[in-house]
Design a protein around this ligand. Structure first.
Ligand code: BYC
Length: 325
């Protein structure tokens, strides 16, 4: 539907402008907010950047759950800093989306009433401290795999936001791997916890890259516009190739009996996630969808008095300025 809408919009655009735009993209030029751009390009960016921003904000919830229960003061401080970074990432991304003519409030309302998505991964619960390790190692690892190429994306503000975000994500992944290392080298019970976290987060992490290329509705157009730099399957494969040796180093087992190194392709063969589960989570039926949206709705409602106060203050200031002129 969406892809068709983008195509039908393209047919209404001025063909000369479209061709000139594509030439700029092909030449690797950055598109800036005031430049002419096709409506479909603008909409696709608002969708992707908005969903990305929402993912950062909703992504604070499963980890925020563990701040008060971190095992040491040091771990608590590190986790707190990581969760704060994620709020910052959300803000950079909302700002990048705002340059396309949509307000942060509009984006938030679309998240809250279910018109916009956030990453499927955050609909899974974080049950033990080892999950903080698995989230950092696997979830941030998958995020980095997806986001490093996005530093070269064609839209200037998105690309610049990604450069900053990627630097912080690398620290996030290291802290996750460090937790896994401690758990994997700890007592038998701790190692079991680490293995259990890997078992539960492996396939949901593979799902983060989106559906298979055959099922991906946006990839073709988004890649032609360099909004996306790789297909979903390409990045998923890179993630598996990078992560399996890390699991081996930890002495943990990736929960896939069909996982094996393929000499011919130079990549790991692996089992696909259960795609029916993925689409079910997208429809709102994952283990934590309702809880996550309820938490965001509550935060929005509880923050109303702050927004109202700031707005009233800004209006008073503007009125005073006009009166003084
Ligand atoms: N979850 O045509 P496709 C983080 C949707 S945050 C939910 O392949 P596209 C972190 C997709 O939106 C990481 N929905 O789409 C934060 C589309 O539906 P709509 C977030 C998904 O856009 C805190 C439909 O499925 N990263 O790292 O070409 C703590 C068809 O898919 C998912 C980003 O957002 C999913 N996993 O490709 C720790 C990166 N996958 O919109 C960590 C930027 C697909 O038509 N985004 N869908 O209703 C992207 O790179 C791309 O948007 C995707 C999907 C690769 C995710």
């Amino acid at each position: 539907m969406y892809a068709q809408m983008i195509k039908s919009e393209a047919s209404r655009e001025d063909p000369e402008k479209l061709a000139a735009f594509q030439t700029r993209i092909d030449a690797g030029e950055k598109i800036e907010p005031k430049d002419w751009m096709p409506q479909g390009y603008r909409k696709t960016l608002i969708r992707q950047i908005g969903q990305h921003a929402h993912s950062e904000i909703v992504g604070q919830l499963p980890e925020g759950n563990w701040i008060t229960r971190a095992p040491t003061l040091e771990r608590k401080a590190i986790l707190l800093a990581k969760v704060q970074d994620e709020a910052g990432h959300g803000l950079y991304l909302y700002c990048a989306a705002e340059t396309l003519g949509v307000s942060r409030d509009e984006l938030t309302e679309m998240l809250l009433d279910g018109r916009m998505k956030y990453s499927s991964i955050f609909n899974y619960p974080t049950l033990t401290w080892a999950d903080m390790g698995a989230v950092g190692w696997l979830v941030d690892g998958a995020a980095i795999m997806n986001q490093v190429p996005l530093q070269r994306t064609s839209f200037g503000p998105y690309s610049r936001a990604m450069i900053r975000i990627c630097k912080e994500e690398s620290f996030h992944q290291r802290q996750g791997y460090d937790i896994m290392m401690k758990m994997a080298q700890g007592t038998r019970a701790q190692k079991r916890m680490a293995q259990d976290a890997l078992n539960r987060f492996w396939y949901p992490s593979l799902m983060m890259f989106g559906p298979s290329d055959k099922e991906s509705v946006h990839s073709e157009q988004s890649m032609a516009w360099k909004i996306k730099m790789n297909t979903n399957d390409e990045l998923r494969q890179k993630f598996v190739d990078q992560t399996v040796p890390q699991a081996e180093y930890l002495g943990l087992t990736v929960p896939d009996p069909d996982l094996k190194w393929n000499e011919e392709t130079g990549h790991y063969d692996f089992s696909q996630p259960d795609w029916s589960e993925f689409f079910d989570v997208l429809k709102g039926n994952g283990p934590c969808n309702r809880e996550r949206l309820a938490a965001r709705n509550k935060a929005w409602d509880d923050g109303k008095w702050v927004r109202d106060g700031l707005l009233a203050h800004a209006e008073k200031k503007a009125a005073r300025k006009v009166a003084a002129e």
